[in-house]
Design a protein around this ligand. Structure first.
Ligand SMILES: [Zn+2]
Length: 171
């Protein structure tokens, strides 16, 4: 994970630099050239549309109560994001996507992530996996977005569909 900073060099165990220079840390030993880059981690996120213009939001078991978000997940090795988002929706909601399309890319600086956001259409019976413990299905006209990476993807999708969602405070 690129947001974990090595205190010691994994090659020679010397201390690593403590200030990132141009986006990376370097080993402090003169004859060691190890550097740790701080590249963002790609994450896929789904604006899940249930039947017609209803949004599925889910609550992760580890989140504070009352906080609901998009379906998200990390890419597996060599996995294309188009496949990853279908897999994540299937794993987390138990639903097979009927269609998916790219909304866009968003930065999530607090987690040093690059969000690759999709619109995914589903129907059927939601069956949550172990990561999730609750979900909500909300008509598009009542959806509010939150001011961070996945929230901006939600906003952009709703606006593309002709809605004018309000921003709510980020809990
Ligand atoms: Zn070193």
């Amino acid at each position: 994970m690129s947001d974990v900073i090595f205190p010691h060099c994994p090659q020679c165990t010397s201390p690593m630099s403590t200030d990132p220079v141009e986006g990376y840390y370097h080993c402090t030993r003169m004859d060691c050239n190890f550097v740790q880059y701080l590249n963002p981690t790609p994450v896929v996120a789904a604006v899940v549309e249930y039947e017609h213009e209803q949004l599925v939001l889910a609550h992760n078991a580890s989140w504070p109560e009352g906080w609901f978000g998009l379906i998200t997940g990390f890419l597996e090795r060599y996995e294309h994001p188009d496949q990853a988002i279908i897999r994540e929706v299937k794993e987390e909601l138990g639903l097979q996507a009927q269609a998916s399309s790219l909304i866009g890319h968003y930065t999530f600086e607090r987690m040093n992530q690059l969000i690759i956001a999709y619109h995914v259409k589903v129907s059927g019976t939601v069956v949550l996996n172990d990561e999730l413990d609750a979900y909500r299905i909300i008509p598009y006209e009542k959806v509010q977005y939150w001011p961070s990476g996945t929230g901006f993807a939600l906003r952009d999708h709703l606006q593309q569909r002709g809605f004018s969602p309000l921003q709510r405070s980020f809990k």
